[in-house]
Design a binder for this molecule. Structure first.
Ligand code: HEM
Length: 187
């Protein structure tokens, strides 16, 4: 009987049984626990991503609320609260990002040595500056609503929404810079 040629299934099996060096897990440390620097690195990364996700959720909520079609008093109160949490999460993103440069595994020299962290920080500062006007506007709307019951005109709401949307679109750009930065591009 002539030998049967190996089919794609057999190839898959033989490939799966051959260890691929790039995928091989590094040997665990002798006591089978992660070294403390690795645990801290993981914790800092978790805090940074949690702060970023909170930022994204609250800037998106602010953009969704800030529309003339459904603007009313209780919504304005909620928008002011959402904007405050957005501000707090931005502080958390900055704090956790800076903490990663201080206690992260690659060392402070590496983190501050390349241009991409400076680009990232500059974009973040621009984002923070753009956020000042909407925050002040929303707070002044809330003050006059509480004092007189007056709501802002549609064109003012749309102008504020535009600034909020600009911030929402800047965040993914910063995230893309972050991914290249973490892998040492232009270092
Ligand atoms: C909206 C703002 C920000 C976004 C969306 C963002 C996003 C990210 C993402 C996605 C990563 C993980 C990259 C990866 O491992 O592939 C990261 C890591 C990091 N971020 Fe941010 N970040 C922001 C602000 C900041 C700020 C203000 C700082 C502080 C200076 C900062 C410092 C860092 C550091 C040091 C790392 C670790 C990089 C590494 O492991 O080599 N980030 N960031």
């Amino acid at each position: 009987m002539p030998p049967v040629a190996a089919g794609p299934r057999d190839n898959a099996v033989s490939l799966a049984s051959r260890p691929c060096p790039a995928w091989t897990r590094p040997a665990p440390p002798p006591d089978d626990s992660l070294p403390p620097t690795m645990t801290l690195e993981t914790l800092l990364a978790a805090l940074h991503i949690t702060a970023i996700l909170t930022l994204v959720v609250f800037v998106s909520s602010a953009a969704a609320l800030c529309r003339p079609e459904w603007f009313n008093g209780p919504l304005l109160e909620r928008l002011a609260r959402v904007d405050m949490i957005y501000g707090i999460s931005a502080v958390a993103v900055l704090a956790t990002g800076l903490a990663r440069t201080v206690w992260g595994m690659k060392g402070m020299g590496w983190y501050w040595g390349g241009p991409l962290l400076h680009l990232k920080l500059t974009l973040f500062i621009v984002l923070a500056l753009v956020s000042i006007k909407p925050t002040l506007t929303i707070l002044s709307w809330r003050r006059s609503y509480r004092a007189t019951g007056a709501l802002p005109p549609a064109d003012a709401i749309l102008r504020t929404r535009k600034l909020i949307m600009m911030q929402a679109h800047a965040i993914p750009v910063i995230a893309i810079v972050a991914v290249f930065y973490a892998r040492g591009w232009w270092h």
